[in-house]
Write a protein that binds this ligand. Structure first.
Ligand code: SAM
Length: 279
């Protein structure tokens, strides 16, 4: 049984000639049972506005609406997808708003009413950038309650990585600082059309009411980006330039200047961000 009375996604793609474009990170989900399953991972949607980035032909959008989302705001860069999305909007009157825009350039808040959840099968080329933006607004809690996002599996593993592991870095620190993040679904390449080269995973992030440790978001982001940019170097060299007396600040944060970034935990990185922000 279909989750709605709309045509199957293969037919939608054929009718609207939506051949996938690599430059837009287009790997479409065609199985509506799977998109409904992803939508269920987002939690209770009936009282929420959902922000979806990159709806494409609308498989996940249909999953979200069928799961009872109060409203969906779908931001899609590719104008070719608009007629297919208009058909979905007509099937769910007043519940789907589509904006033809670049998600990196749009402030979605003007179009949303809290509580808000974000759910997306992200275009891989902008996924990390969007995630870092969602995790690093100056004030916390953010406008969203949760993020349910598809990433390449390797990126998902970096998000949930523990200190000391190879995958540990900027993403794990920023996610761990202000959210609870876990992998809720693994998907093989064949789940998509066309199949990408790598496997994927859905990560669910719940916003914590307050960050685990105090720190200025911008400073913390700069510190961890620089620290892991040269992850094999000792921190006193990797962070040179951030502050003239970087060794003293590292010591004040409880970090040995000779330590490498991957051995430093979240609490110490937050302490270091506070030491650096002092100037
Ligand atoms: N949600 C659909 C699905 O699951 O089948 C499509 C997912 S596909 C991986 C990513 C989508 O994001 C594409 O539809 C693509 O056109 C769109 N996209 C790419 N860059 C974008 C951007 N900067 N802003 C908004 N949408 C973008």
């Amino acid at each position: 049984m279909s989750i709605d009375n709309l045509p199957p996604l293969r037919e939608v793609i054929a009718t609207h000639e939506l051949s996938a474009r690599k430059s837009l990170g287009q790997n479409f989900l065609l199985d509506l049972n799977l998109t409904a399953k992803i939508a269920r991972q987002a939690g209770e949607l009936t009282n929420c506005d959902v922000l979806e980035i990159g709806p494409g032909p609308g498989g996940l959008t249909r999953g979200l609406l069928a799961q009872g989302a109060r409203r969906v705001l779908a931001v899609e860069k590719d104008a070719r997808c608009l007629p297919a999305l208009a058909q979905i909007a007509a099937a769910y009157p007043g519940r789907l708003e589509v904006i033809n825009a670049d998600a990196l350039a749009l402030d979605p808040l003007a179009h949303l009413t809290p509580p808000i959840r974000v759910v997306a099968n992200l275009p891989y080329n902008i996924g990390t950038e969007l995630l870092v933006r969602w995790l690093t607004p100056p004030a916390w809690p953010p406008y969203w309650q949760s993020l349910t996002l598809m990433f390449q599996r390797e990126v998902a593993q970096r998000i949930i990585a523990r200190p000391g592991s190879k995958a540990y870095g900027r993403l794990a620190l920023l996610a761990g600082w202000r959210t609870d993040a876990r992998i809720v679904l693994n998907l093989p390449p064949e789940a998509f059309s066309p199949p990408p080269k790598v496997s994927s995973a859905v990560v669910h992030f719940t916003a914590l009411p307050v960050p685990r440790y105090p720190a200025d978001a911008k400073t913390l982001e700069q510190v961890v980006a620089k620290a892991f940019n040269q992850r094999r170097k000792m921190l006193r060299s990797a962070l040179k330039g951030l502050a003239p007396d970087i060794e003293d600040r590292l010591l004040a944060a409880g970090i040995k200047p000779t330590q490498r970034a991957e051995t430093v935990g979240l609490e110490q990185f937050c302490a270091l961000a506070r030491q650096i922000k002092k100037t």
